[in-house]
Write a protein that binds this ligand. Structure first.
Ligand code: GLA
Ligand code: ZN
Length: 711
């Protein structure tokens, strides 16, 4: 079948019924666009930077739809994400499905040549389902079972939810999968949260049996001899919420069971995702399938999820005081999940509503934020939302069209300007990649393990620790890949693994091989402590990393917020330090800096060890920014890690490259104007089409995209 022909047929359909609002609901159900089992190859390649976002025409009368199409065209919007929360509309009762309205929406967008991102709507349950099958709702930490309300509310182990969510996804794909404009499927919405219901409890026991085989193995893994919690029957195992091993502060008495429960919950939701994905694939072999992730969201092991996704997409909502380095890190993490460009599924054109203080984005800020996103690997810019809703808790959330209903607004003009620019940039950007010599390890098991740990300090937060190191590379415009624990380290000159608390099977060997072959490894306090079940490696910290780092950590001191120590470096410089101070013995490593005070004054705080052809740096305390930068500068120099700029600059500089072209994104996040570095003079700025001169200066929120030949 010729896709274009079929597309035309759809248009004709739409024309026929145009101008007859009100009659469509009563029409007999339209025939599915495609027959069961029929496979049609479509060219669903995305050929432009997708620019659009969440669009809910279902919340509006039809006159508004027309107006939307006119206004969006003006803003160069070429995509819409539809059907995100329409389950109750499409399936008003258990027996009945109604697609008329969605048919019309899809037809309208197809006619306008949109790249449609079609959501499956399973992120919020219909009320009838919760009433008839209370099991579809979740049970919370305190053991309360939700009656009905909110969203992201389905129990992942409810057979009813599993059945109806996959069925809906399949029906949507059967109906719309053959439409060549449907370029991407968006399953559910922001998977997250956790359920502790009895069904989950039973499913957890099955998951545990598969993982451990015997109770003996499980008891050993969770060290249940502690407090005499030995299990003699699988049915004795209960979920680790407040009615189980959960502590008053959200912590746990047994990290083993709680980490496993996180893994189980992440796997359970992933299974929900995969069931919908597989249902879609039966009918649509070509479109990309994704779900929108949330950066460093703790609840789900995104590296595991990414393996099942065609493309990673995510929602970026920095608050007024989020450092830009943090945003950059999240983008790099999202790119790192698949080591591929990603989609920016949501950002607000200006204002937030759910943060404590929802400042406006300043003029130019949204544009610059969007370019930062693209610079770090995004191939799309999508907004939540295209039109601001009338009611509900998001009525104050920013949108391309606000409550005034007009395009005569600052926000609209900024969206429009960016849309025009992106249209011109598609060819240069799509297909290009980010390259890095430095990998920073990010690992969800570590995240869970470190933060469940009781002691040595409550202030040790996983993501903050990673960001602390990321920030140095960011400031110095040294590209970084965020990598999983089992990445191919040999691609990098340097691996940074801060607070590598949990060393999982295979990691010791992989790190040793990396360093042996000439790699430089940086690791820190609280590393090499436990195995995958949170049991300590006996024989001295940092356990499996002890030989590699050439040190033994005898004790870990915790410093309260008002306390600090200092580190005196061999080159005469010094830095204050805080949080934790590890007492280190040298076992082959050399000492680079010693503590200045306390009973361990004069003992090593920072060390370097040669191992094979490479080097391991161990940082035993949280150095103040100055000291950290001083040390990392020295390490980067030794490792031969290159910055993208020849001379330091306050601009953020990021590079994507393809074929023999490099695209440099120059971004000014500072208040003061900054001169464009000399190395870019004479090259074309793709945004202006002009050559960069020696006078070029970027004001706050100013952007240049410079194309150079790769060298
Ligand atoms: C999330 C959701 C959207 C919307 C936005 C608001 O990202 O996916 O549906 O609620 O937040 O910021
Ligand atoms: Zn449940």
């Amino acid at each position: 079948m010729n896709p274009m022909k079929e597309h035309r047929t759809n248009n004709e359909d739409a024309k026929e019924t145009n101008g007859k609002p009100g009659t469509r609901r009563d029409r007999p159900k339209a025939k599915p666009r495609m027959q069961r089992g029929q496979t049609i190859m479509r060219d669903k390649t995305i050929k432009r930077i997708i620019y659009g976002g969440d669009y809910n025409p279902n919340q509006w009368p039809r006159e508004i739809w027309k107006e939307d199409m006119r206004i969006f065209k003006d803003a160069h919007i070429n995509s819409a994400t539809v059907n995100v929360f329409s389950w109750a509309k499409i399936q008003p009762s258990e027996e009945c499905y109604r697609f008329e309205e969605l048919d019309d929406i899809i037809e309208m967008l197809s006619r306008e040549n949109y790249d449609i991102v079609l959501a499956t709507s399973t992120g919020a349950l219909p009320a009838w389902m919760a009433k008839r099958y209370p099991e579809v709702e979740r049970t919370d930490w305190d053991g309360k079972h939700k009656k009905y309300g909110e969203r992201h509310n389905a129990c992942p182990n409810s057979p009813i939810f599993q059945k109806y969510s996959a069925r809906l996804a399949g029906k949507l794909a059967e109906r719309y999968g053959s439409n060549p404009h449907v370029k991407c499927w968006h399953i559910s919405n922001e998977y997250g949260g956790i359920c502790y219901c009895e069904r989950c409890e039973k499913a957890f026991r099955v998951w545990l049996r598969e993982k451990y085989g015997t109770l003996e193995n499980l008891n050993k893994a969770w060290n249940t001899e502690f407090w005499g919690h030995t299990f003699y029957d699988w049915d004795e195992i209960v979920v680790p919420n407040a009615l189980g091993e959960g502590l008053w502060n959200g912590g746990t008495a047994f990290a083993g069971i709680s980490i496993d429960y996180n893994r189980f919950n992440s796997d359970g939701m992933l299974k929900n995702y995969m069931a919908e994905r597989d249902a879609i694939r039966r009918f649509d072999k070509d479109a990309l399938i994704t779900t929108n992730l949330m950066g460093t969201y703790k609840g789900l092991d995104y590296f595991k999820w990414a393996k099942e996704m065609d493309v990673v997409s995510w929602d970026h909502y920095p608050s007024y005081n989020t450092p830009w380095s943090y945003s950059a890190m999240c983008h790099d993490l999202m790119r790192g999940l698949k080591d591929q460009p990603f989609m920016l599924m949501e950002q607000t054109p200006s204002q937030q509503n759910w943060q404590p203080y929802n400042s406006l984005k300043k003029p130019g800020q949204m544009r610059m934020q969007s370019y930062q996103t693209i610079a770090h690997g995004a191939d799309s810019i999508q907004f939540f939302q295209l039109r601001r809703s009338v009611g509900g808790c998001e009525k104050f959330h920013g949108a391309v069209i606000g409550h005034a209903g007009t395009e005569d607004t600052r926000v609209f003009r900024e969206v429009q300007e960016l849309g025009g620019e992106l249209e011109q940039l598609s060819d240069a950007v799509l297909g290009s990649r980010n390259e890095a010599e430095v990998g920073i390890v990010f690992d969800w098991d570590n995240y869970w393990g470190l933060e469940y740990t009781s002691g040595p300090t409550v202030d040790l937060k996983y993501v903050d620790q990673i960001h602390t190191y990321y920030e140095y590379f960011y400031k110095n415009n040294i590209p970084v890949d965020m990598v999983p624990y089992d990445a191919d380290f040999s691609r990098y000159k340097m691996i940074v693994a801060p607070v590598l608390y949990m060393v999982k099977a295979g990691m010791k060997e992989a790190l040793e091989a990396f360093v042996q072959n000439g790699g430089v490894l940086i690791t820190t306090y609280m590393s090499g402590i436990v195995d995958q079940s949170d049991n300590v490696y006996l024989g001295g910290y940092p356990g499996p990393l002890r030989k590699l780092s050439g040190i033994w950590v005898e004790e870990i001191d915790a410093l309260a917020p008002e306390q600090s120590n200092g580190v005196h470096f061999a080159d005469g410089s010094s830095s204050s330090c805080n949080l934790v101070c590890e007492r280190i013995h040298l076992e082959g490593a050399e000492c680079l800096g010693t503590y200045e005070t306390d009973f361990y004054a004069g003992e090593p705080a920072v060390t370097r060890n040669s191992f094979g052809k490479g080097t391991v740096y161990y940082i035993g305390t949280q150095l103040a920014q100055e000291g950290r930068e001083h040390l990392l500068e020295m390490i980067c120099r030794d490792a031969g890690v290159q910055s993208l700029v020849e001379v330091p600059t306050g601009l953020e500089v990021v590079c994507r490259q393809k074929d023999n072209k490099k695209l440099y994104f120059l971004l000014n996040f500072q208040k003061e104007p900054i001169a464009v570095p000399k190395q870019f003079w004479g090259y074309e700025d793709l945004l202006t089409g002009k050559s960069i001169t020696g006078e070029a200066v970027l004001k706050q929120y100013g952007v240049s995209i410079v194309a150079t030949d790769a060298s």
